[in-house]
Design a protein around this ligand. Structure first.
Ligand SMILES: [Zn+2]
Length: 261
């Protein structure tokens, strides 16, 4: 992610240098949940069991940034992997007319989404993968149509929230830099992120849940020093509580979109 944001900032600076103060941004969101019964991504060791229903809908979110004559689209996906090369080429071809040459398609690596390597389901003529290509191209074009003058800010912080689970090396690489990109409308009104008074309670609940997750991570890390398995149990319980609290917060912010288990 650091690479992507680094590229993005580099791009915004160089593209914006020609005509400073002309950064524009537009965003859009669409649901991409496949029909129930679809094969799930990353389910190989679980006997390829297809999906049995929908707990939370899957979404794609697009952000288009424009500076001078250059445009970039960043698309986040509730999917296990980004679309295949063939799908990416089809999406790029559809948005070329809007002058969008740079496209990042980034997946969250969820194992609760569809397989993307099949393009003949439910049938070859109307496959989910072909429909997804169309939806993502339309989504990017919708975000492009919503372009408005914007300001961009960036900040970073070291956080202990991730680990390298693969490498057995002592010097296993871990990128602990959390980079945050913030955009707001240039007029400062329409999209300013000021929290309204009525939201202070939910904001506090959110911060408490995030702090609990951070503490769970620290608890888990204690195993490395004393090898006591209890730390993992405690950390897991803390994580469960934090997740439940986050779902409550989400239900206030987006009622019905995220259903608790
Ligand atoms: Zn995985």
């Amino acid at each position: 992610m650091r690479f992507i944001i680094g590229v993005l900032i580099g791009w915004a600076i160089t593209a914006g240098a020609a005509r400073a103060g002309e950064l524009k941004a537009g965003a859009a969101k669409v649901e991409i949940t496949p029909p129930t019964g679809y094969a799930m991504w990353g389910y190989g060791s679980r006997h390829d069991q297809p999906s049995e229903g929908v707990l939370d809908a899957l979404h794609a979110r697009a952000l288009v940034l424009a500076a001078g004559s250059e445009k970039i689209a960043i698309v986040s996906l509730d999917l296990g992997r980004p679309p295949t090369r063939q799908s990416t080429a089809a999406i790029r071809a559809r948005i070329k007319g809007a002058g969008i040459e740079h496209v990042f398609l980034v997946a969250s690596h969820t194992h609760h989404g569809p397989v993307l390597e099949l393009d003949d389901w439910p049938d070859a003529k109307q496959s989910y993968v072909r429909q997804l290509e169309q939806k993502l191209a339309d989504l990017i074009l919708e975000a492009d149509k919503a372009l408005k003058p914007a300001r961009l800010g960036v900040a970073s912080k070291e956080v202990p929230l991730n680990r390298n689970r693969h490498s057995k090396r002592d010097d296993k690489p871990v990128d602990r830099e959390l980079l945050v990109l913030r955009l707001e409308a240039a007029d400062g009104k329409a999209r300013a992120l000021k929290v309204p008074d009525s939201m202070h309670k939910v904001q506090d609940q959110y911060l408490e849940a995030i702090t609990l997750l951070k503490d769970a991570s620290a608890e888990m890390a204690k195993v490395e020093t004393d090898s006591k398995i209890e730390h993992l149990v405690t950390a897991q319980n803390m994580s469960y509580t934090a997740s439940e609290d986050l779902l409550k917060v989400e239900d206030v912010l987006w009622p019905g979109e995220h259903k608790p288990n």
